[in-house]
Write a protein that binds this ligand. Sequence first.
Ligand SMILES: [Zn+2]
Length: 124
Amino acid sequence: MTTLVTGADIVAAIEQGAKERGVSVHWLARRLSSDPRKWLSQVAIAQRPTPLTIARVEALLADEPLPRAVANNFQLAREERAARHTVAASLPLPDDFQPLDREPCPRCAVRGDIGCSHRGAVRP
Ligand SMILES: [Zn+2]
């Protein structure tokens, strides 16, 4: 395989890979982007594609798992929330901790710690 330096090299390598596999360029590139047509047109004009892009294309052409693309803000926020939850879950509980019964009422579905006319409020 030729060394991938420019976007044109990448497009040429993907075209070659598609030809060898007997599939279309867009079919082969579908693992790189949810919009392979747009991705290819943008990478084609890149003078210096990022090392990550090059690594992803090399993995694609070697039929290996792709390195992960840079996470967007939504994914980062989700990971941050998950990490925060992990920290909170690992904190020790106070000695006098009493779990609250929050099971909803089977008749009206009001949360148990709020209370309803069927069960009354749970006193902590
Ligand atoms: Zn109720």
